[in-house]
Design a protein around this ligand. Structure first.
Ligand code: ADP
Ligand code: UDP
Length: 235
């Protein structure tokens, strides 16, 4: 496997050039929260996030949802398509939590009668602000049709992945997706799907198994992520 130069180092992964038209993503063990103001190392987190992401991408394949994941390369790396990223984080919510609870000043956990899709501008320097689809079109040069397709695919991901977690006695409260386009303009789910980027609550006790453990000092992060993988692997 040819590994070219590092193209980008982010908060959670290092992305290198792979074979032509492909990238190699290496999962780091660091966790960040509050726009990287809080930071810590968790040895083994990267491998857990890759293993959980792989389970989810396989479920997307089964549901015929286009995604960038090609293959796992080792414990912490995977090969993907190289895409032109849409500069947005697309959040799907099944319950009120996190920034929505703050914005609405409503308690966490309230059920939403339909899944809600929100777009945030992917821009750390600006604090990833909430934006409308119109703003992404009018000011950030995005195509209305692409955003509609991101929305449709995000809801399809929710439908495909919720039952997977439910079977593991985990409720998928919310999650963040990123999308990219290939040379022909087709959209693919990109990046990762892990407890760093979603909220997972135990269906009976409400215990949290995601990054909120770190954000809010609510328990051992690695223990939570290990439990997610263990339960998914038992399905
Ligand atoms: P961040 O940039 O938020 O700190 P990461 O540390 O996870 O995030 O870095 C991964 C980077 O790779 C992100 O900027 C993400 O948008 C980008 N990315 C993910 N999948 C692809 C892809 N298939 N093609 C190009 N870029 C991608
Ligand atoms: N999320 C993410 N990256 C971000 C912001 C949010 O992966 O930069 C995920 C987060 O883990 C949660 C969902 O998106 O599963 C919704 O996050 P929210 O808007 O509630 O923000 P938070 O309060 O979690 O920062």
């Amino acid at each position: 496997m040819k590994q070219g130069p590092v193209l980008y180092e982010g908060k959670a992964k290092i992305v290198s050039q792979g074979e032509t038209g492909r990238l190699i993503h290496y999962f780091k063990d660091s966790a960040t929260a509050f726009n990287a103001q809080k930071k810590a190392e968790f040895p083994g987190k990267g491998a857990l996030n890759l293993a959980i992401s792989e389970v989810v991408f396989k479920a997307l394949t089964a549901a015929q949802i286009p995604h960038h994941f090609i293959q796992r390369l080792d414990e912490r790396s995977f090969e993907s398509m190289s895409l032109q990223m849409i500069p947005a984080e697309v959040v799907v919510r099944n319950r009120v939590a996190g920034s929505l609870a703050q914005r609405l000043q409503e308690p966490e956990g309230a059920l939403l009668s339909i899944p809600v899709v929100e777009f945030f501008l992917k821009n750390d320097a600006k604090g990833d602000p909430l934006v409308s689809e119109d703003i992404l079109v009018a000011f950030y040069a995005q195509r209305q049709e692409d955003l509609q397709e991101c929305r449709r695919l995000s809801l399809a991901v929710n439908q495909a992945v919720r039952p997977l977690f439910a079977a593991a006695q985990l409720e998928l409260v919310d999650f963040k997706l990123e999308f990219g386009r290939d040379d022909e303009g087709r959209l693919f789910v990109a990046d990762e799907f892990s407890p760093d980027t979603c909220r997972l609550w135990d269906v009976s006790t409400g215990e949290k198994f995601d990054k909120d453990r770190f954000r809010r000092d609510q328990g051992d992060l690695l223990e939570g992520y290990r439990e997610v993988l263990k339960r998914l692997s038992q399905q």
